[in-house]
Design a protein around this ligand. Structure first.
Ligand code: ATP
Length: 448
């Protein structure tokens, strides 16, 4: 297993992820994405959009508001059911998720337990932190952030969305009436979600503010199983595309008694993060639940084959951007021994790498020529590229290896004569001589 602390500190030093509000002493479990992290995050989102929306038939983009009418959350069941059980140690004030506590310390399934049963079980044990036995009872805690939307500061409460999906469901008729899709069809969106988690933590794995990549696939009742299996196949391909190896993720078919209230089948995909196994994404058969509950306005459509008016079923794929980011980095972070020296390489797929290439002059005397080449390459739209000058050429290579840049283009004195440059590959460290006019083609042909 890779060293979590080392990865977190590496990500800060290299400009990927910084602790949130750091100069004011920080804000617990909040993180900011630096110049490289912001690029990497965007690449992940773009790859997801391109694979799950643009490359799939009958699948469309969406972008709904973060703030919705509070009726949405009343009707969807989030106000009553989007809750976690918590318990506090009255001595040391540590708060635990009661269900996680029971799983970890009693190896029992908490899903069918009442709060009284949970309390009784936990009260039988001392607090693992202070070793005293002075617990509160198990209480529920709604995960939605409530805030005041009125000008006078009272009364008009609304909630920050805890998932992006409802924004799609409540717009179902607008979608049908505007673009007239035929079943089956998909609507995908990327956006922020907020949850007042009882126990946030594990770096960017569980935060109160995060981003989701959600795809709602609408189909007929008979089509549910086929669509579910279809998405299992797509998810496998996508996980491979972003560089996650099969032995680092596992699929958990959720037992009937543990399913969320809206789901008839859910598979949680778990990844082997540096801190242990954790959910990366969920695939759920939400059936007709969502469109039926918002049914004041009859959320349905005509099935083009039978001409019957039906309420479609929904198969949902829901990824977290930050969890994908964390998994991709953990997988890519590699240490190698090169002639007795340690080399850190971020073996990111080309499409995900923050910079696609770096341009550097062999010596500072060639700075003008190398800068001119850099400016020309910027216009060729290879993707983000960077210009580097400081340190020896060997150190420059190592720095680019560490931030995952797949190619380094070195402008040397021969270039003045033969209009060629040396291109070095990150993973193999092999070098090739390439004509300046062919750089873009060479990079795109060799991108992995
Ligand atoms: P968990 O069991 O870990 O709390 P969940 O089952 O509540 O997750 P979902 O409601 O299925 O999560 O949300 C879909 C996806 O959104 C998750 O698979 C995860 O990738 C992401 N996600 C959910 N909560 C968080 C969070 N607090 N921080 C970061 N990502 C999250």
């Amino acid at each position: 297993m890779k060293d979590n602390k080392e990865i977190i500190s590496f990500l800060k030093v290299k400009g990927f992820v910084f602790p949130g509000s750091e100069i004011y002493g920080g804000l617990a479990n909040s993180w900011d994405y630096g110049p490289l992290g912001a690029l990497l995050k965007d690449n992940i989102k773009n790859l997801w959009k391109s694979f799950f929306i643009d490359q799939q038939p009958n699948t469309f983009h969406f972008d709904s508001s973060i703030m919705l009418n509070k009726k949405v959350w009343e009707v969807s069941g989030h106000l009553a059911k989007f809750v976690d059980p918590m318990i506090d140690c009255k001595e040391c004030k540590i708060r635990y998720r009661a269900d996680f506590f029971i799983e970890e310390h009693f190896e029992k399934n908490p899903d069918s337990m009442s709060f009284e049963e949970m309390s009784e079980l936990i009260h039988s044990m001392d607090c693992p932190s202070c070793k005293k036995n002075n617990w509160t009872d198990v209480r529920i805690f709604n995960l939605m952030f409530k805030f005041d939307n009125s000008k006078l500061g009272e009364g008009d409460e609304i909630y920050l969305r805890p998932e992006t999906a409802q924004g799609i469901f409540i717009n179902f008729l607008n979608i049908i009436n505007s673009i007239n899709p035929k079943l089956p069809f998909g609507i995908g969106q990327v956006g922020k979600a907020f949850r007042n988690e009882v126990t946030p933590g594990n770096f960017i794995f569980r935060t109160k503010e995060f981003e989701q990549l959600e795809l709602e696939y609408f189909t007929t009742k008979n089509g549910e199983e086929v669509a579910f299996d279809h998405y299992i196949g797509l998810i496998d391909i996508f996980l491979e595309k972003v560089g996650l190896s099969k032995n680092n993720f596992r699929k958990q078919d959720i037992a009937k008694e543990s399913l969320a209230h809206y789901s008839s089948r859910t598979i949680d995909y778990e990844y082997n993060f540096p801190f242990g196994w954790g959910e990366l994404l969920g695939l759920a058969n939400r059936r007709q639940f969502d469109l039926s509950i918002h049914s004041g306005s009859k959320l349905g459509m005509r099935d083009s084959q039978t001409n019957e008016f039906i309420v479609p079923s929904v198969i949902e794929t829901s990824f977290g951007v930050e969890r994908l980011f964390y998994a991709i980095i953990s997988e890519a972070y590699t240490k190698e021994d090169v002639d007795g020296e340690e080399r850190i390489v971020l073996k990111l797929p080309f499409k995900i790498a923050p910079y696609k290439a770096a341009v550097t002059p062999l010596t500072n005397k060639l700075d003008n020529e190398a800068q001119t080449l850099f400016n020309e390459l910027l216009e060729q739209e290879i993707g983000p590229i960077t210009y580097v000058t400081s340190g020896s050429i060997g150190k420059r290579y190592r720095k680019q290896d560490a931030i995952g840049t797949p190619f380094v283009i070195t402008y040397d004195f021969d270039a003045l004569e033969d209009n060629s440059v040396t291109i070095r590959h990150r993973d193999t460290m092999k070098q090739a001589r390439v004509l300046i006019k062919d750089i873009k083609t060479y990079i795109l042909n060799n991108a992995k």
